[in-house]
Design a protein around this ligand. Structure first.
Ligand SMILES: [Zn+2]
Length: 265
């Protein structure tokens, strides 16, 4: 019994380390950054689990039992999202309950290649009408891919290697932080291209829209902090053309100003 408890604590401690790891990746030395320092957490495995379960108590309190009736039998989401595992990015940023609305896939650097089967499931089997590839400002994975990560674990290297092709467009000119943000957008464009290789026939048939966007909590795209900025629709990445794209024709004109943009085009 004692041994089981010890193993459990070891596992929880390891999970705690995993939660801290992205912060380290996002704030590694050398290049500075325009984001606030992430610092170190004073949390312990015990305090983290306490907070987690208390949070679920509040969730249960706020959601009456009949809230769950609609999706007892299965899911019918309309949106597949591939986004980064970064703790600052989450599906609540759209302002609606993600329940039964969002089929979410997350990995470092919001990549298709690392999770192709999960994306296939969302597109072919559910099937959702929109595939949203959502990058974000201050992405530690993009930053790490721009540097020397040869000393990282086998697993991390395997997650960062697929980002290399999109970095070919980075000519190394300008500030590091500017290039970093530009590469976040280039990665979104690159992932949209990958998606079109896989699902282009559905897009052609009008059954799917592949949308690339950036969740910008640093205002690096100039649309305001917290804005989701659309940078690519079905492979079109010119913001002037995107604004007239039929897929966006139910958006208000003001939304085009706030939610369509680009740093690199
Ligand atoms: Zn990220």
């Amino acid at each position: 019994m004692k041994k089981i408890i010890k193993n459990t604590i070891t596992t929880v401690a390891a999970l705690g380390l995993l939660a801290i790891a992205p912060m380290t990746m996002a704030s590694d030395a050398g290049h500075g950054g325009d984001h606030h320092a992430t610092g170190t957490t004073t949390a312990t495995p015990q305090s983290t689990l306490k907070k987690t379960i208390e949070g679920n108590n509040a969730f249960m309190h706020d959601h009456a039992s009949n809230h769950f009736d609609a999706f007892q039998a299965g899911q019918v989401p309309n949106l597949t999202i591939i986004t980064c595992s970064d703790s600052r990015v989450h599906t609540q940023l759209f302002g609606f309950e993600p329940d039964n609305n969002i089929f979410a896939i997350r990995n470092v650097g919001n990549q298709i290649e690392n999770s192709e089967g999960s994306v296939d499931y969302g597109i072919h089997h559910l099937p959702t009408k929109v595939l949203l590839i959502l990058g974000h400002s201050s992405c530690g994975a993009v930053k790490a891919a721009m540097g020397d990560y040869s000393g990282e674990t086998k697993g991390i290297k395997a997650e960062l290697d697929p980002l290399q092709p999109m970095l070919a467009q980075d000519n190394g000119e300008g500030s590091f932080n500017g290039r970093w943000a530009d590469n976040v957008e280039r990665n979104v464009d690159y992932q949209v291209g990958k998606a079109l290789e896989l699902y282009g026939d559905k897009v052609q048939a009008g059954n799917l829209a592949v949308v690339g966007a950036v969740y910008d909590f640093n205002n690096l795209w100039g649309k305001g902090r917290g804005a989701v900025v659309i940078v690519n629709v079905n492979g079109e990445n010119n913001p002037n053309i995107i604004q007239n794209h039929p897929v966006l024709d139910q958006l208000a004109k003001s939304d085009m100003i706030t939610h369509v943009g680009s740093r690199v085009k």
